[in-house]
Design a protein around this ligand. Structure first.
Ligand code: ARG
Length: 439
């Protein structure tokens, strides 16, 4: 069952065998592994390294293995070292001696490198699609809710914004995530197949052939780099980490807004859970889990960064440890995107509560300062005048818009009746660049 063993005088220790085996993890690359092998064999035929007869026999064998796996007639398990050994051993059992030619002019080092690049490219597309779904849902919910709400800095009420503009901020964040992912995919779009173990091969193989057949832009430039590069996984995991940070910030706001203290939104029952002891509870577990899982994805990135640190060229077995964190980060990111898209889709927005909240906290103070500036007051003076008005309001338990024109005029003679257009939250929304908040 081993792909090696010729130079060994005694067998592998059982504990070592299971310690070394990665089949339980890398079995997920079965499709990419067979796809890579099929292209490799087609190239070997085209380069006259295998005869057509031999090559086609191998191709048939690989295809039958793949269809048996897809139909559950062949289960990927047993004492195999990895997915590569599993496929090759099964191929030889199935088609006989010719199967032993599969690995001609190839190493598992370039094999795994091409497998994981193919897989990473495919999964990145899935993440990009999941981001697009979230974007659609954000846009839809935003368009339905152009209502005003308090905007915050330091989590203190600051100025009026719209729920739409607030939600669309997240649209922009994940839009950058999408572009980051597209850039990462473009950068990794080179085939390492044909690098061999580290030094190429004395066979006259055609790396352009396999690169093209597997959908890569070109083969990598350097053999040692090709087999030992995992930058693309790190880069994708960095993209996932930033993306998760965005989802986590959104989760935090959803959690906060769904408290009785805020009561701005309601997360749908379908994405909430209850308490085993407190019958009245309705908890925003979906958003909390996304916030929590963000830590997992950061950890995955750091796990591989730490594994790669200090590795000499070229392949080292340490690199087998790339898969668990990468698979985990991609699974986690995908599921979080999916759940977040559904939370947004089913979100109830309490426009009335948000509209009322705007009235407390002097959110029109900056608009009032703008008004004074338009009437010729220096901004720094306007700032100070409005500060005094706020103190007056606090002392008299009033909001600025509740003050009479006389009261307002006592702070500055430039104030006229048109002031109320600036103090009205809805009307001020139509002034200047603020209109953007509604669009
Ligand atoms: N299972 C290995 C990995 O994932 C495949 C490459 C093994 N190469 C070797 N020379 N042992 O990295």
């Amino acid at each position: 069952m081993k792909l090696w063993g010729g130079r060994f005088r005694k067998g592998e220790n059982k504990l070592m065998e299971s310690f070394n085996s990665s089949l339980a993890i890398d079995k997920r690359l079965v499709y990419e592994d067979i796809t890579g092998s099929l292209s490799h064999i087609k190239m070997l035929i085209a380069s006259e390294i295998l005869t057509e007869l031999e090559g086609n026999k191998i191709i048939e064998g690989l295809n039958s293995i793949l269809s048996d796996i897809e139909n559950n007639d062949l289960l990927i398990k047993g004492d195999y070292e990895d997915i590569h050994s599993f496929i090759e051993t099964n191929l030889i059992e199935r088609i006989g001696e010719t199967g032993k030619k599969l690995h001609t002019a190839r190493s598992r080092n370039d094999q795994i490198a091409v497998d994981i690049r193919l897989y990473a490219k495919k999964k990145s597309t899935e993440v990009i699609e999941a981001v697009e779904l979230l974007q659609n849902n954000l846009k839809k919910k935003a368009d339905e809710n152009a209502a005003i709400m308090p905007g915050y800095t330091h989590l203190q009420r600051a100025q009026v914004v719209t729920f739409k503009h607030h939600l669309m901020a997240y649209f922009q964040m994940v839009d950058r995530d999408k572009k980051r992912l597209e850039n990462a995919v473009a950068l990794m779009d080179e085939s390492p197949l044909g690098c061999g173990a580290l030094a190429g091969t004395t066979h006259n193989i055609n790396r352009d052939f396999t690169a093209k057949a597997l959908g890569f832009k070109k083969p990598v430039n350097n053999f040692l780099d090709g087999v030992s590069d995992r930058d693309y996984l790190l880069e994708l995991m960095s993209c996932f980490s930033i993306l998760m940070m965005h989802l986590s910030r959104l989760s935090e706001e959803l959690i906060l807004w769904s408290t009785q203290e805020f009561n701005f939104i309601e997360i749908d029952d379908a994405y909430s859970t209850g308490s085993s002891i407190m019958p009245q509870k309705r908890n925003p577990d979906s958003a909390e889990l996304i916030r929590g899982k963000t830590g997992r994805v950061y950890g995955d990135l750091f796990s591989l960064l730490t594994t790669m640190k200090g590795l000499p060229l070229a392949y080292n077995k340490d690199m087998q440890e790339d898969k668990e964190p990468f698979f985990d980060s991609i699974d986690t990111t995908l599921s979080c995107l999916e759940v977040m898209a559904s939370i947004i889709d089913t979100l109830e927005v309490n426009k009335e509560v948000m509209g009322k909240s705007v009235k407390n906290g002097f959110l029109n103070a900056t608009d009032l300062a703008d008004y004074l500036v338009k009437k010729g007051v220096y901004f720094r003076d306007a700032h100070s005048i409005v500060g005094s008005i706020v103190i007056f309001c606090e002392d008299n338990e009033k909001s600025i818009e509740e003050l009479s024109l006389e009261e307002l005029k006592s702070f500055s003679s430039v104030i006229k009746e048109d002031i109320y257009e600036y103090l009205d939250y809805q009307k001020s929304m139509n002034k200047g660049i603020k209109k953007t908040l509604l669009k």
